[in-house]
Write a protein that binds this ligand. Structure first.
Ligand code: GTR
Length: 329
């Protein structure tokens, strides 16, 4: 039986919920987050972690629902959808969003960072914050960077010891003109493909190889079809988490703070997981018989990037950014 006490409790609850909504300026919401990597990948785990922090700090008003394994589409499409507000959050690689946000292309430049330590110092410091703040004119809010290690070239044809060995190979790159240009400058033939099509590309010999970090090489099973991995470490472009302007402006300033802090904490949480997976992935590839070429002279690879740098530096803001990043000790 529904009694008076129940009724008054229900009214109190409804009023309380209403007051919370009014005081924060928004109603409860579920935010959709896209990630192209699979369920166990550190970036996906980081998004889940961020979701639990947001739910806890907002008293359950906000939730994040994570769509991993390109369930919402490939990176290029999900970024467009995020830009128009159809997807709320997107964890993407800088090379992809660089086609929209120019400063992101700078972070994807080959041989820009001297080491991962250098990269982290830049991204964790004022330059990183300035770059995150530069997303707004493009329909995004930059929340945080995630680690992605260094990308190296792998293939199924032969071990790569020098640029000459790359000649004639069809190497898959992300859907980015800058990445295509980079591979062309190294003497190989770039093939732009979405991440989800690379494995089929390798097994059907549509492509001879690709380039990526250890965890992506292994968690996608690419290592089973491409047995030569050369430590070119040509780019160290990080991952980045963005929110659509539309979703961001639906949040009260207090809730925006909750999202920013949760994002930052999730990137610290992810860093530990990342180091561990990088190590394990390399070991797994080695144990499976992948031939790893480590003694490579990167100087000619770096020299081949002169044209790419000349074009990037034609834009004075980008030229300045490149110089500032290089100067960070
Ligand atoms: C991975 C990155 C993905 C995606 C992929 C690719 O390292 O985490 O977001 O950009 O590379 O090569 O397409």
């Amino acid at each position: 039986m529904y009694c008076r006490a129940d009724l008054s409790r229900t009214i109190t609850l409804v009023v309380a919920l209403f007051l919370t909504a009014v005081s924060t300026g928004v109603s409860a919401r579920e935010f959709r987050a896209a990630d192209t990597q699979n369920e166990d990948y550190p970036t996906v785990q980081a998004l889940h972690y961020m979701g639990s922090l947001v739910a806890e700090r907002s008293g359950g008003r906000h939730q994040i629902k994570v769509f991993h394994s390109h369930q919402l589409g490939e990176e290029k499409e999900t970024l467009e959808q995020t830009r128009v507000g159809a997807i709320d959050l997107n964890r993407t690689n800088v090379a992809l969003i660089g086609t929209i946000v120019p400063a992101m292309n700078v972070l994807a430049m080959p041989f820009l960072f001297r080491s991962i330590e250098h990269q982290q110092k830049v991204l964790d410091g004022p330059i990183g914050n300035e770059i995150l703040a530069s997303f707004e004119p493009y329909g995004f809010v930059g929340l945080v960077f995630y680690d992605s290690g260094a990308r190296s070239i792998y293939n199924s044809v032969r071990p790569i010891h020098s640029m000459a060995d790359l000649r004639g190979l069809r190497v898959r790159v992300q859907q980015s003109e800058q990445m295509s240009e980079m591979i062309r400058a190294l003497g190989a033939e770039p093939v732009e493909l979405p991440y989800g099509q690379v494995l089929t590309g390798l097994t059907t010999k549509l492509i001879d190889g690709a380039e990526n970090n250890w965890p992506s090489f292994v968690t996608t099973d690419h290592y089973k079809s491409a047995g030569y991995y050369t430590l070119t470490e040509h780019t160290m472009g990080p991952e980045v988490l963005v929110m659509s302007q539309k979703a961001w402006s639906s949040l009260s300033p207090e809730d925006q703070k909750i999202f920013r802090e949760a994002a930052l904490r999730s990137s610290r949480f992810m860093r530990e997981k990342w180091r561990d997976l990088e190590e394990r992935s390399r070991m797994q590839a080695e144990a499976a018989g992948v031939k790893i070429v480590t003694d490579i002279d990167r100087k000619p690879f770096e020299a081949a990037m002169a044209g790419l740098y000349a074009r990037a530096k034609a834009d004075s803001a980008m030229a300045k950014l490149i110089e500032r990043i290089r100067k960070v000790e």
